[in-house]
Design a binder for this molecule. Structure first.
Ligand SMILES: *Cc1c(COP(=O)(O)O)cnc(C)c1O
Length: 402
């Protein structure tokens, strides 16, 4: 194992100021400095503490249900004439990888003596994962959610309420995820002392991208020993993951970043087509900019106004990517591909028919590249199945007229 300081010297992990190459950092209003500095100074210390690790690992095992299986998808492999493994984050409690991060952050918040939790959510998946861990820890929970998303995602709003969270509509701007994030940051400025803000992806200012990646790194930690048991090697030829903000991809890539024999494939949502004006393919359409306190690639107009992203999957519908992904793209360490709504929906249905697994539409974007990229019969391809499709049933029903 590398020490934490070694990681900071690596090309692909955050440095001490939260930079990945030229991306990352912390561009926040002065009123947030005390909160930010408290986190920056304490997150590694807390995460490396043995009592923290013990509690985190016990909850991942007994509450989340980890390790999540690494499943050899036989019929899918036959169809694409290569060896495909699915990392089953869909089997986690609450149905996706997001709980890995919220469990970590709630334990951290408790150690910082915080009494209240705030969070932003788009489709409601991160809101549900946050409300869940707040119930678990007995902490007060407020989730900011765009007014439009509240209307679109009624079942998740109901789940959050059942779990005891207070759901507050964000009524500014486009009334979606980025506005909910702005509201959450504003609320934090107003309640700095007793409140912790749980961000749901590897976005935002330092230390969030690095902290969230570390909590999600359990995904690649498990892939290593699980693949060893299946194939007698820790290293696949490819790891494929969808990218919204980038947390499931960061977790699936984490322990392979330095091993350049393992090719990393990040899949973005191309919506109705990359250049259709309705897309979320940030690596192609984005330019350097600052969003939510971090320098990264960002979809924006000539004069720097953020462009509304679009994808059929609400979880990929973010106008930026985390700074690590901007760096992985720029340095060419990862290959960025994309899938349209239709390609993802077809790939989702194909997984249902071939493997009996209904994937989240986000995860279906990762599966869609099996049709777009040739793999050799001997290649080992690990696809991170970030979540299950129950939440997307209405979208599947409407799309396929079921
Ligand atoms: C939220 C979500 C995503 C996108 O978020 P990342 O931070 O990019 O991982 C992907 N898949 C599922 C199932 C999600 O819920």
């Amino acid at each position: 194992m590398k020490s934490e300081t070694d990681k900071m010297k690596s090309n692909y992990h955050a440095d001490q100021k939260g930079y990945y190459g030229k991306f990352g950092g912390s561009f926040v209003p002065e009123m947030l400095y005390p909160n930010m500095e408290e986190l920056q100074q304490n997150y590694l210390k807390i995460m490396e503490d043995s009592s923290f690790k013990k509690e985190f690992n016990a909850l991942l095992k007994d509450y989340v249900g980890r390790p999540s299986p690494l499943y050899f998808a036989k019929r899918l492999s036959e169809k694409y004439n290569t060896k495909i493994y699915l990392k089953r984050e869909d089997l986690n409690h609450t149905g996706a990888h997001k709980i890995n991060n919220t469990i970590g952050q709630i334990l951290l918040a408790q150690r910082l003596g915080k009494k209240r939790i705030i969070a932003e959510t788009g489709a409601g998946q991160h809101g549900v994962a946050t409300a869940t861990v707040c119930a678990l820890a007995g902490l007060d929970c407020t989730v900011y959610m765009g007014e439009i998303d509240i209307a679109r995602q009624a079942p998740n709003v109901a789940r959050m309420k059942m779990l005891g969270a207070n759901v507050v509509p964000a009524i500014s701007g486009s009334k979606t995820l980025k506005d909910a994030t702005n509201e959450a940051i504003r609320a934090w400025i107003n309640n700095p002392v007793d409140t912790h803000y749980i961000i749901g992806s590897v976005v935002g200012f330092h230390p969030y991208p690095d902290m969230v990646a570390r909590f999600q790194s359990i995904i690649s930690e498990e892939i290593k020993w699980q693949l060893k048991a299946h194939e007698n090697t820790e290293n696949p030829d490819y790891i494929v993951a969808c990218v919204g903000g980038g947390s499931n991809a960061s977790g699936a890539f984490y322990h392979y970043l330095e091993n350049e024999d393992v090719q990393l494939i990040a899949v973005e949502a191309a919506g109705k087509g990359v250049y259709s004006g309705e897309s979320a393919a940030t690596s192609i359409l984005g330019k350097d900019g600052i969003i939510h306190g971090s320098r990264t690639l960002l979809m924006q107009t000539e004069d720097g106004q953020i462009t509304e992203p679009y994808s059929i999957s609400a979880g990929l519908d973010y106008p930026g990517v985390g700074p690590q992904h901007a760096h992985l793209f720029n340095s060419k360490r990862a290959t960025f591909l994309n899938a349209t709504d239709n390609e993802a929906m077809q790939a989702g249905l194909e997984l249902c028919k071939l493997e009996g697994i209904i994937p989240a539409i986000e995860s279906a974007h990762a599966l869609a590249i099996l049709k777009k990229k040739e793999f050799k019969p001997s290649d080992i391809v690990v696809v991170n199945l970030s979540g299950r499709g129950d939440k997307d049933l209405n979208t599947y029903i409407d799309y396929f007229k079921l």
